[in-house]
Structure formats: C-alpha cells, structure tokens
Design a protein around this ligand. Structure first.
Ligand code: FAD
Length: 537
C-alpha cells in the first residue's frame, strides 16, 4: 500500500475525480489502480474564492515497487506505515495486586482500557459521579447557580473534556500512531466514523457522554472495575515506594502501581502529593478571557463566498501574536458554533471554557483569548504558586460578576477604550447563569491586559471584525493547562516515588483530549512493563 499526500481538488469535486487524480499523480494506467481509501481530509481556505480539499490517500497499485522507485525522492509518495496497535505485555497468572487508575478522564480511560486489554484488571477511581448524574449536576450550575464541588465540568466520569467541543486533534509527535488507537476506540464507542479521516475532527458534547458509557462497559467486560465518588485523599509510602491510597471514606486501598490521571483542577490532591514529598514543579500555562463573535462573522471572514458550504461546516480559527512586551497572545480551544461554559470546581470562583454540539450550530463562535505566563510571573517560587494565582484571578472574577456564578463581561470596544461596559449589545454572550457588564482590566495583571490590547487589532487584520466593538469578552480563562508538572523519569514513574505514575494533563504531560488519551496508553504500557518485570524479578 502507498500513501499519497497533498492531493488537492476543488471543494465541490465529484467523487470520480479522486481516482482520476491518483492515476494522473502516479502516471499509471487506470487498470493499475487496484483500490484506494482516504486516510485524512482537510481543506485549504487560504484562497477564499477557490477553497480546496486536501487529501492524504492510501492506494493499492499493480506494481508498488516500480511506483516507489519512480517517486524515490518525492516526500508525498511513500509506503503506507503500519498503524496497528500491539500490546506490550500480558498480565501474569500470579498477579496479586491490581493496578489502580485515579481519574476517569480521557487519560485514565485509556490507561484503564489498555491495562484491561492486557488482562491486568485495573481499578478505576474517580471523585466525581457516573456521567449521567454528573451531567445533571453540571447543568444545575449553569441553570440554577448551584455548584457541586465534586461533580461538575472538571470532575466525574469522562473528565474535563466531557462538556466540550470534543476536538480530537493534537500537535504531539506520534510515531507509533497511538492517536489512531484512540480514534478507533472512540468510533467503536459510538463516535462518527469520519473522525478517522477528518484532519480536524470533533464530536461535540452529547456524543461524548454516550461514548464514555460505552467505553466503561468495555473496560468492565474485560475485568476492569470502576468506583465513582471515591476521592483519593492521601497516599501511603514506604521507603520511597507507593503502598496504598487513602480514600475520603477512610478506606485504605493497597496499591503499588497507581496512575495519577487527576486532571488540572484537582488542587487539593496536588497539595496532598506535595505535602507527602512527591516531586512537583511549577510550569507555564496561560490566562485571559473568552471572546465571542457571531459565527456568521467568522464564516464570512474565513470562507468568503463559500461560507455555509455543507462540507466546510462552521469555520474555526487559530491565531497568535508576539507582543512588544515579550508576551504571546493566542486563541485557545476555539469552539465554532458553541457556548461559553461555567467551568469552576471551587465555590466562590468563576472560570470560563467553551463547548459545542456535534452540529456546531449555535449562534456564536467562542475561543479562549489568552496570554502565556510562566513561573517567574507567579506570586512566589513555591511549586504550587500557579494555583494560588489561578485562585486569586477566579475569586476576583466571581466578585466582579456580582456573585451567583455570574461572569464578568465587557464589550471589546470598551475594553480597548479602557472604560467599563454598562450594557451588552449586538453579540449576546452565551455563558450561563449570566454575564455582568463591567471592566475586565482589573481582573488580570497589567502585562496581560497590555498584551491583549495590542493583539486585538492585529487579530482584527487577520480575521475582519475580530476586534469589532460589539464582540464580547467574558472572564476568566485560567485553566488552560496544568500549572504544575509531576515530573516523571524515563520509566514514567515519579522522580522520587516508585509505583506512582503521573499522567495526562494534570501531571503536565498532555493538553487536550487526544494527547491525554495517548499519554494514558503510554503510561499503561509502563505500568504493565513494571508489573511484569516486578513479578519476574
Ligand atoms: P481530566 O479529564 O481532567 O480527568 C481527571 C479526572 O480525575 C476527573 O474525572 C476527576 O474527577 C478525577 N480526579 C481528580 N482528582 C481525583 C482524586 N483525588 N480522586 C479521584 N478522582 C480524581 N480538549 C480537547 O482536546 N478538545 C476540546 O474540545 C476540549 N474542550 C474542553 C472544554 C472544556 C469545558 C474543558 C473543561 C476542557 C476541554 N478540553 C478540550 C481539555 C480536555 O478536556 C483535557 O485536556 C482532558 O480532559 C485532560 O484529560 P485528563 O484525563 O488528563 O484529565
């Protein structure tokens, strides 16, 4: 099989044009083309009047060796790589302790699945509830201003990305095609098949809920066991080796191989691990606001006359600008046709994020409008100082919103002019329970505000109306990624605690659903290797 990349065709091309394009590209007679399939599909909208579809194709030809020899120097004609996933170990019959995975987010789910597939019968603990109950609790915050600190956007089955746009792509290097394993499992759990071929797939929030349930059933069928509403509150150590987990019920679970896939919001657990001496360091993350525009403005700006074309869907953007004060401002977690959501897990704090449905047909586009910060910006050099900063900003946002989890908001025109908003206008913000017009500038460090004011007109030149006076900012966006790293060695174990496997976004090793899931696979493999090695030794 050959892999052909950079096959570009007009947006509206009829299906039969694809095989014709392959034949022409390879210069082979039509009967030499035996079969073909799409590996990835994207679009190139740089020229709005002539948007192109861009394909990567897998092709079977009569004489593969001859074609490869002819295209020896062509980077776009290569043998198709082997993308099959293979397990690295099998659980031994005399396994005594079961591995434990803390966290049922994408990282924990895939760590649990891979361990279960290898026969290790993992126990998966999550402080939050099963996904259907969690959904009700989360909606209570949005509809009735009632926060459930253990069951919300951050905590519970499915993890932080359950109420999201469900974007499933990432920039990670993936020489073993582990992302393919993740996408294949998602399809088996009910995701649309197109996530395998779209270059920028998304699944939206409702599908994620049912997929998470289907994956749970699979893991349980393979011998895994879930325990929801089981919060790990302490760890038991013996000479630098993990021996057990203390749960909030007082129960101690004996365990010597534990995956910590706890996400970026489990601040109490970070504190406990720090207090127990687990190696933790501060790491950079980003802070800012969410920005909302009507999706129709973004579609027109990016797709011109092709806006609304069914093959294109709602337009997405990705922007960044390096500012004169040395800061970088960028768009984060863009949700086309979606809503801004209340994403706090702590009482008296306001945090924004974004989600959308598969259809992406809500009125507004939203994205994080954030500025990169690093440990030098934190209030102290304590490894957990980034959390202190997050809490301070989130508390200020709660107060500026006027309480009841209302978020503070401001029109872009007012933000640029340095005056508070007293009313909102043409763009109706989607955040629930509601948005209070105010001045956002006092909520962020001065260098963040200066960087944003510089970046807005720059982004407006890239996407017309991005800096329109009527666009709305809502604050605050503080949980863009983990403010800490639980550093691990080459064996994926904590630098100073054997048997503790930091994993996923919270540990600082992922930034999104797909990368967290891929990290879960890698960590599960490390756990399996360690368990098999321990038993052999
Ligand atoms: P998490 O998903 O955060 O899971 C951690 C789990 O651990 C939680 O379920 C929590 O309850 C549990 N836990 C924590 N502490 C304990 C404890 N002490 N005891 C027991 N259990 C514990 N990413 C994308 O790629 N695409 C998107 O479209 C996208 N949209 C997002 C929208 C929103 C609203 C949010 C909040 C995030 C979004 N993200 C998105 C980011 C993505 O969700 C995260 O990167 C991803 O979920 C991280 O996975 P994880 O498994 O490492 O951690």
């Amino acid at each position: 099989m050959l892999r052909l990349s950079e096959i570009k065709l007009p947006l509206d091309h009829p299906p039969e044009v694809l095989p014709a394009a392959i034949i022409e590209r390879l210069g082979i007679p039509p009967h030499d083309l035996k079969s073909w399939s799409v590996w990835k599909r994207a679009h190139d909208a740089r020229k709005k009047s002539a948007i192109l579809k861009v394909y990567i194709l897998d092709v079977e030809v009569a004489d593969e060796a001859a074609v490869l020899a002819r295209f020896n120097d062509d980077p776009h004609v290569k043998p198709t790589p082997d993308v099959a996933y293979r397990h690295v170990a099998t659980a031994p019959k005399d396994q005594t302790l079961r591995p434990v995975v803390i966290g049922a987010g994408p990282c924990g789910l895939f760590a649990g699945l891979i361990l279960a597939e290898m026969g290790f019968k993992p126990i998966i603990l999550d402080r939050g509830k099963v996904v259907r109950e969690r959904t009700k609790d989360t909606w209570e915050l949005w509809r009735k201003s009632k926060l459930h600190p253990e069951s919300n956007v951050q905590f519970g089955e499915g993890g932080a990305g359950t109420f999201s746009d469900g974007k499933l792509y990432s920039q990670i290097k993936d020489p073993r095609f582990l992302a393919r394993k993740v996408l294949t499992e998602f399809v088996a759990a009910g995701a649309p098949e197109e996530i395998l071929t779209e270059a920028h797939p998304h699944i939206g929030t409702f599908r994620l809920v049912t997929m998470v349930e289907a994956m749970r059933e699979k893991i349980e069928a393979l011998g895994g066991e879930y325990r929801f509403e089981h919060r790990v509150v302490d760890i038991e150590l013996d000479q630098g080796r993990l021996r057990g987990l203390r749960l909030h019920t007082g129960e101690v679970l004996e365990a010597d191989h534990v995956v910590f896939a706890i996400g970026h919001s489990s601040r109490d657990t970070f504190q406990t691990l720090y207090d127990r001496g687990v190696h933790i360091e501060a790491k950079p993350f980003s802070i800012g606001f969410r920005i909302e525009h009507p999706q129709s403005w973004i579609d027109r700006a990016l797709f011109g006359p092709c806006a609304g074309h069914p093959d294109l869907g709602a337009a997405a953007y990705s922007l960044s600008h390096h500012c004169s004060n040395g800061r970088t401002v960028y768009s984060f977690c863009m949700c086309p046709g979606g809503t801004v959501v209340a994403a706090t897990s702590e009482p008296g704090r306001v945090v924004t994020n974004g989600m959308s449905q598969y259809s992406r047909n809500e009125r507004n586009a939203n994205s994080g409008f954030v500025v990169g910060i690093s440990p030098e910006d934190y209030p102290s050099d304590h490894p957990l100082a980034g959390i202190e900063l997050q809490r301070d900003l989130e508390t200020r946002a709660y107060q500026a919103g006027g309480g009841d989890y209302f978020a503070p908001g401001q029109l872009v025109g007012d933000f640029l002019a340095g005056r508070p908003s007293t009313a909102l206008g043409e763009v109706v913000p989607s955040y629930k329970p509601g948005v209070t017009p105010t001045d956002l500038a006092p909520l962020m460090p001065e260098y963040v505000i200066a960087a944003m004011r510089e970046a807005l007109p720059v982004f407006g030149r890239k996407i017309p109306r991005y800096d329109d006076a009527q666009a709305v900012l809502t604050g605050v966006e503080t949980r863009s990624s983990s403010p800490i790293r639980m550093t691990r060695g080459a064996d994926f174990q904590s630098l100073n605690v054997r048997g503790l496997f930091p994993a996923g976004e919270g540990a600082g090793y992922a930034g999104g659903i797909l990368s967290a899931a891929v990290d879960g696979i890698k960590v599960a493999e490390a756990v399996a290797r360690s368990m098999v090695g321990d038993l052999v030794a």
